[in-house]
Design a protein around this ligand. Structure first.
Ligand code: IP8
Length: 258
């Protein structure tokens, strides 16, 4: 069983409100189908979630009534996005069901309250792929808040024994500094707890490196036990399928946990 996160930067155009990257999603769903392994899919919100969530400060929780229509609009937009992702999965021959987290879960001070996953396992038992996504959730303390796809991933790994976790983004992997600003930036093929220690030592002098350390820590946390956590560039055809099948491809692999 594999856990795949389709990042918002790949499935949407982040620069434009509600712009769906249909072509990329169709290809990625085709790659998942061709690889033929059972999967749970989580996707990001991209421009279907972040634009309005930021404008109306939804992650700060309830401030005033003016935010309420935006809560409903974001919930609507990310459900539409999820339906479009599911439509592409089904076109590729994968039976899939969208499970909106905000419709069945709550948060407590931005922490997801998910104590069981019966519904996920029952879908999986019948060969149906559950699709979850970053959403706006009711929050016991804050009124409402934003749940990221990454938070769902973390919780799912506590319940299900995934052999592999794959993050599909629009970059080739993790770099030691920003590759857009520094042509000498080097990509990590493999990261372990030792790599993180060496980065941590430098992060106090470099913000970008600090950001890399954060991502690395996150990937390592997801790679406990025998599980690999892989970051790939989903804008390049073939890499997702190769990563699912365990074939050689350009990526960063986190191993061994922390
Ligand atoms: O794209 C964010 O989820 P993410 C969810 O996985 C919303 O960070 C609604 C902005």
């Amino acid at each position: 069983m594999i856990l795949i996160k389709l990042g918002g930067s790949v499935i949407t155009d982040k620069r434009e409100y509600r712009r769906f990257n249909e072509e990329a999603v169709a290809r990625l769903c085709g790659e998942i189908a061709e690889a033929g392994k059972q999967a749970v899919i989580v996707h990001g919100a991209g421009s279907f979630g972040h634009v309005l969530a930021k404008r109306h400060r939804l992650n700060d929780g309830y401030i005033d009534e003016s935010q309420i229509p935006a809560v409903a609009q974001v919930a609507y937009d990310v459900r539409e996005l999820s339906s479009m992702v599911v439509a592409q999965l089904m076109k590729a021959g994968i039976p899939a069901v969208s499970m909106p987290p905000g419709s069945c879960m709550v948060m407590e001070d931005r922490s997801l309250d998910m104590d069981r996953q019966e519904v996920v396992s029952r879908f999986l038992d019948k060969g149906i792929v559950p699709v979850m996504f970053g959403d706006v959730l009711m929050d016991r303390k804050l009124g409402f808040a934003i749940l990221s796809g990454d938070q769902i991933m973390e919780r799912l790994t506590e319940f299900i024994n995934f052999e592999k976790v794959i993050f599909v983004s629009d970059i080739d992997g993790l770099f030691d500094c920003d590759p857009k600003k520094n042509k000498d930036a080097a990509m990590y093929d493999v990261v372990t707890a030792e790599t993180l220690e060496s980065i941590d030592a430098e992060s106090s002098v470099d913000d970008v490196t600090g950001g890399v350390a954060e991502k690395m820590r996150w990937m390592l946390e997801m790679s406990r036990g025998d599980r690999e956590c892989i970051l790939i560039n989903g804008t390049v055809p073939g890499r997702l399928k190769a990563a699912i099948l365990g074939e050689d491809t350009v990526c960063t692999k986190a191993l061994g946990g922390i």
